[in-house]
Write a protein that binds this ligand. Sequence first.
Ligand SMILES: Cc1cc2nc3c(=O)[nH]c(=O)nc-3n(C[C@H](O)[C@H](O)[C@H](O)COP(=O)(O)O)c2cc1C
Length: 126
Amino acid sequence: MLESSLGIVVTYDPQRGAPAVLGRHAIADAGLYSVCLAIQNLWLAATAEGLGVGWVSFYREQFLRELLGIPARVRPVAWLCLGPVRELQARPDLERHGWRHRMPLMQVLHEEQFGCPVTSANDPRQ
Ligand SMILES: Cc1cc2nc3c(=O)[nH]c(=O)nc-3n(C[C@H](O)[C@H](O)[C@H](O)COP(=O)(O)O)c2cc1C
């Protein structure tokens, strides 16, 4: 946070465009999903430009609200640190530092019912 050249706090305002917001009629959280997609797109664009992005989530929401004067109806979703980096790693940090390992695709796919493994006939890699 101290070293990055830019800090971006991404927020979600459920009242923007309300009451008829695409996707939110049936799924209340759809607005939050859209914000996360925007963050992902920002991340991809930054990476394509050779910039690094870090998502900071160890803040208290109320602290950030007060720091930036964010109104009660608006939800802070992410605090991003963005800027030039010495290099972009080919393997994600979590994997390189041994915190988490990449899961095989087949381990996270379910067929027809949750918990049912994909049969080889429907293996998307074939
Ligand atoms: C939802 C979310 C929250 C995260 N929170 C933190 C965090 O609080 N602190 C941290 O060091 N990394 C956090 N990360 C991980 C980093 O943002 C990021 O994965 C890391 O800098 C490596 O970036 P890269 O995948 O572009 O190499 C978080 C990632 C996500 C998706």
